[in-house]
Design a protein around this ligand. Structure first.
Ligand SMILES: Cc1ncc(COP(=O)(O)O)c(C=O)c1O
Length: 240
């Protein structure tokens, strides 16, 4: 029977087929699909073409797979953690933990905010043996991972035709790493952060927890930050 759809060379001839299998899931990180949001662009009357990078196609779902891998490889190489012995502690809203594949979760009262979250993580590291905090908010491997992967992926998949890069930010690591890569390839590219008003990390961190802005958030790249209320259509603009 003739197969339909996309022709695949040699598909009926086993001698021409090569295995396309990995036994190392980390090799599947990256090169997530890019989709053009034509209906949204047309509905909004946008002059630009709008693309969305589908990061949930990562092996463990979030964009954080990139940084989880690089942060772990870095501390392993430096002998700071040991396989089977060290427990990794991470202050996070959740997704970075999924990428790091933690098993134990401490829930804290959201009212304590970012400062309380860090305080709890630091307390755990200080009081328990063989605990190590990777700390995505200060870890330079966070933006570096996106400089090495997310940035080049966006550049290549758009064939270098990028005018504006917008990130829905948490730590700002994706913005900083991918943004820096894109700026190095075309300084005219505009880079913007959007974050929920209700959960400010980049905008709020500057006030609440300066560690964010000192470390992974490349403020020098930033021209515009949009704080977007999740429960209303009003937006508020702020520049550093
Ligand atoms: C699913 C998801 N996407 C994006 C982000 C933001 O990434 P970044 O911390 O690099 O700004 C986060 C977390 O902060 C996240 O959990």
């Amino acid at each position: 029977m003739q197969s339909e759809g996309i022709p695949v060379e040699g598909i009926h001839d086993p001698s021409m087929q090569k295995e396309n299998i990995t036994s190392n899931i980390t090799e599947l990180i990256g090169w997530t699909p890019l989709v053009e949001l034509k209906n949204i662009a047309s509905k909004e009357g946008a002059l630009a073409r709008i693309f969305r990078k589908l990061e949930w196609h990562q092996p463990l779902s979030p964009v954080k797979d990139h940084i989880a891998l690089l942060m772990i490889e870095d501390v392993e190489r430096r002998g700071l953690i040991k396989l089977g012995l060290t427990t990794l502690i991470e202050p996070t809203s959740g997704n970075n933990t999924i990428s790091l594949a933690f098993l134990e979760i401490y829930l804290i009262d959201p009212a304590v905010g970012i400062a309380g979250l860090f305080a709890k993580a630091e307390e755990l590291v200080a009081t328990r043996p063989n605990n190590y905090m990777l700390n995505q908010a200060m870890n330079t491997m966070n933006p570096r991972a996106h400089f090495q992967s997310t940035g080049p992926e966006i550049w290549k998949d758009n064939a270098g035709k990028v005018d504006i890069f917008i990130e829905g930010a948490g730590t700002g690591g994706t913005f900083s790493g991918a943004g820096q890569f894109l700026k190095e390839h075309n300084p005219e590219i505009k880079v913007t952060i959007i974050e929920p008003v209700e959960s400010p990390c980049c905008l709020g961190a500057a006030r609440v927890h300066t560690r964010f802005k000192e470390s992974v958030l490349a403020l020098f790249l930033l021209r515009r930050m949009l704080a977007w209320p999740m429960r209303s259509s009003q937006s508020r603009r702020k520049s550093p």
